[in-house]
Design a protein around this ligand. Structure first.
Ligand code: ADP
Length: 400
């Protein structure tokens, strides 16, 4: 079954067409700057070079039209007809408490998704926009919503509850939900394969370190805690997001700088984290380069990033009551020996020891980077969220 995987942001659509019979990604790409000047579609068929198409792309409907057209185009296409797209899998950020698994998209489900906008105003509206655009462009093709939160659905109450009046949870659903679920799930399954043991017998800590970043504690295949919370702002420091803060800081800064809610939101989500501390960039490669050139604030940003990650890893060993493997994934986790080395420092006491040579070799590929004698295996595993979405989509469509 050929599944089109769609991930819609406010001004972007990422896509991938995956043949789930062979797990080959036939083509992937992205439409950027939707509704702005300079919209561009970048498209890469699996067997040909990447192409860029500049066009006026005013909204998500036009964007999906462009995607479908290029998937069928003579020179850059990988299919001949629309009907070859047999199902569509949509990444939906927030599934709230209701969704513990992926679901078929129906008119009733769209109502549920709209009701969840309150929990994820920055993310879910764009996901819904993508679903509506596909309904227009590819009518009749079955569609499935795959939630970032679903994998964390079994988290126990002591891990998801915040120290606020309980009525806040009951009234507004304020609790930890967790995100990046498809990635944590994927790498935990690959880790079990690498270790040659059933996932049900393993205690794992998975670190998804991309532009957004989160850590999960996974016991027997179940996420029992994770660093992102009510929104994807909590936890690790990220490219432009603050991660954990004393909540009183927000009130203080809002009062001092007379910020509106919108401005405070932008400060925390767009101008903080690595970018905010370093003043250099939100991109880890540039932070590492600047830190190596002795840029003082880039060094602080890098050290703070790794230190916070190390604290989470150590805390989650406590949450799990032991550890079999620590897993690094996503852009930074897969590609940065520096961040892996720095975040594992001083964790020898917990059985985590990495081999420097292996660590330096593990760039963008699956590898065990632990020393031979380490009690805990440290693994680098490239993530593949799109493949999880494609498989889930097929499973749900075939079950109808
Ligand atoms: P997204 O969360 O947008 O999917 P990615 O998983 O692609 O992002 O991760 C992007 C991050 O990965 C950026 O901070 C980028 O600098 C970082 N990254 C990519 N390659 C390297 C590398 N070789 N060394 C350090 N960081 C890297």
């Amino acid at each position: 079954m050929k599944v089109l995987v769609i991930n819609c942001g406010s001004s972007s659509v990422k896509y991938q067409l995956i043949d789930t019979d062979t797990d080959v990604s036939l083509a992937k790409g992205m439409v950027a700057r939707i509704g702005m000047s300079g919209s561009v579609l970048t498209h890469k068929p699996h067997d040909r070079r990447e192409v860029k198409v500049s066009a006026e792309i005013l909204d998500h409907i036009v964007a999906i039209e462009y995607v479908v057209s290029i998937l069928m185009s003579e020179n850059h296409g990988v299919i001949k007809e629309r009907s070859e797209i047999e199902a569509i899998g949509h990444r939906v950020v927030h599934g709230g408490e209701k969704f513990s698994d992926s679901v078929l998209i129906t008119p009733d489900l769209l109502v549920d998704l709209r009701n969840l906008i309150d929990l994820a105003p920055l993310h879910n509206p764009h996901n819904i926009r993508g679903i509506n655009a596909c309904l227009k462009t590819l009518p009749g093709v079955p569609m499935v919503a795959v939630f970032d939160t679903a994998f964390h659905h079994k988290m126990p109450a002591h891990a998801y509850i915040y120290g606020l009046p309980y009525v806040m949870y009951k009234r507004y659903g304020i609790r930890r939900y967790g995100f990046h679920g498809t990635s944590h799930q994927y790498v935990s399954e690959r880790a079990a394969e690498m270790l040659g043991k059933p996932l049900s017998e393993l205690k794992l800590i998975t670190c998804h370190l991309g532009n957004g970043a989160s850590v999960a504690a996974i016991d027997g295949g179940v996420s029992i805690d994770t660093s992102m919370g009510f929104t994807p702002l909590e936890g690790l420091m990220m490219g432009t997001r603050s991660g954990d803060l004393d909540p009183a800081i927000i009130l203080h800064v809002m009062a001092r700088e007379e910020l509106t809610l919108h401005e405070a939101n932008t400060l925390l989500n767009k101008h903080s984290g690595l970018a905010g501390i370093s003043g250099v960039s939100s991109d880890m490669r540039e932070i590492i380069e600047a830190a190596k050139d002795n840029h003082a604030n880039a060094k602080i940003a890098l050290d703070a990033y790794c230190y916070r990650l190390r604290k989470y890893i150590a805390a989650y060993v406590g949450a799990l009551g032991g550890l079999d493997a620590l897993v690094y994934t996503a852009g930074i986790g897969e590609n940065s020996p520096d961040v892996r080395e720095c975040s594992c420092e001083r964790l020898e006491c917990l059985g985590i020891e990495i081999d420097k040579t292996k660590n330096n070799q593990a760039v963008g590929k699956q590898m065990d980077i632990s020393t031979d004698g380490a009690r805990v295996r440290t693994l680098v595993i490239p993530t593949n969220e799109e493949l999880v979405i494609a498989h889930d989509t097929r499973r749900i469509v075939e079950a109808q």
